[in-house]
Design a protein around this ligand. Structure first.
Ligand code: AMP
Length: 219
């Protein structure tokens, strides 16, 4: 069997998970599986699932473990995960990690690498509230740190205007960071106890962090 490049990117909102996951996915030609992107797309399309989660996502709370796990289980039925995947935003809780273990077992896939992008809270807040997202291709920019070449226009797909995600306003950002602290910190401990957590300093440049992650996935 070929080596599987399956990895989980862990990190608080604003740690750069999404940006790195997109780059890693393109570099290794493996799917980027972002539960946040999947849920936002369901919301945008007004599906049953979208309607159920709309309010929860807007408030920065977590969708139920069973619901989000079903989304992931379905995604893992596709063939493309057999070479690898970059999971972004899942698992976020210890029960989700256990359920991911089951999904991988059912799929006869090995355990994923667990890569944690670590960044202090003050940097997370400023990164998040200045963030601009493309609703068409999902590219992410920042008003000051990584502005698009043409104002409010996506460099990648040309969509206009870029906008702030509804859950990137200051109050919701603080709420999401609280949720990370209470729900996801135990997950870090869970993987750490198993000796599987690899910590990466997220304060380096995007390029630098990318190189580190790339080498972890394929040394
Ligand atoms: P993200 O794009 O990863 O920041 O996710 C945006 C929002 O989607 C989160 O604030 C949650 O409301 C929801 N969400 C995404 N992934 C999960 C997950 N694994 N568990 C529960 N809720 C999630």
């Amino acid at each position: 069997m070929k080596k599987n490049l399956g990895s989980i990117l862990l990190g608080a909102p604003g740690s750069g998970k999404g940006t790195q996951a997109k780059r890693l996915s393109a570099y290794f030609s493996i799917p980027h599986i972002s539960t946040g992107d999947i849920l936002r797309s369901e919301i945008q399309r007004g599906t049953e699932l979208g309607k159920r989660v709309q309010e929860i996502v807007a408030e920065g709370k977590l969708v139920s473990n069973s619901l989000v796990t079903e989304v992931v289980r379905k995604r893992f039925q596709e063939k493309d995960v057999e070479r690898g995947y970059v999971l972004d935003g899942f698992p976020r809780t210890v029960p989700q990690a256990a359920m991911l273990g089951q999904i991988l077992e059912e799929r006869t896939l090995p355990d994923s690498l667990v890569l944690f992008i670590d960044l202090p809270e003050r940097l997370l807040v400023s990164r998040l509230i200045g963030r601009l997202s493309c609703s068409q291709c999902g590219a992410v920019f920042h008003k000051e740190l990584n502005p698009p070449k043409k104002e409010l226009t996506c460099d990648l797909c040309g969509a206009h205007p870029l906008s702030q995600r509804k859950d990137d306003d200051k109050d919701t950002v603080l709420k999401r960071l609280d949720v990370f602290e209470s729900e996801t910190t135990p997950l870090l401990k869970f993987y750490s106890k198993k000796g599987r957590l690899q910590k990466i300093d997220g304060s380096f440049s995007v390029e630098e962090v990318f190189k580190i992650l790339r080498k972890k996935i394929s040394p």
